[in-house]
Write a protein that binds this ligand. Structure first.
Ligand SMILES: [Mg+2]
Length: 111
């Protein structure tokens, strides 16, 4: 499965909730997350999508870290449709993140 397939899947799920998954590109700031997701009610977070099994680069991890230091939520590695579904569940308050979620979705810094 391609990364773009997972990204489109996430975009469509967010749209169903009345939100936007903005493609995030910042000239001069390579490595920023792929999407800035905004949901009704003022919820916003970042998502880095990947093809299945692919990991974020060191530069991407550094970008994730700098956003987290400012208090933003970054899902640093979403590499499956199930992962995208889990992001939606967590972002909408339906369930708490498990240790497995934190590892699978890279919700915290990893080295
Ligand atoms: Mg990506």
């Amino acid at each position: 499965m391609r990364e773009s397939t997972i990204e489109a899947y996430l975009r469509d799920r967010v749209k169903e909730l009345g939100g936007k998954a903005y493609k995030f590109v910042s000239p001069g700031n390579d490595g920023v997350p792929d999407r800035l997701v905004c949901l009704p009610g003022g919820r916003a977070f970042f998502v880095e999508t990947k093809r299945p099994g692919e990991k974020p680069t060191k530069l991407q991890r550094n970008r994730h870290r700098e956003l987290r230091k400012m208090g933003f939520v970054v899902f640093g590695k979403v590499d499956s449709k199930q992962g995208a579904d889990r992001v939606i569940q967590l972002a909408t308050g339906r369930g708490y993140p498990t240790e497995q979620d934190i590892e699978d979705l890279e919700m915290q810094d990893v080295e």
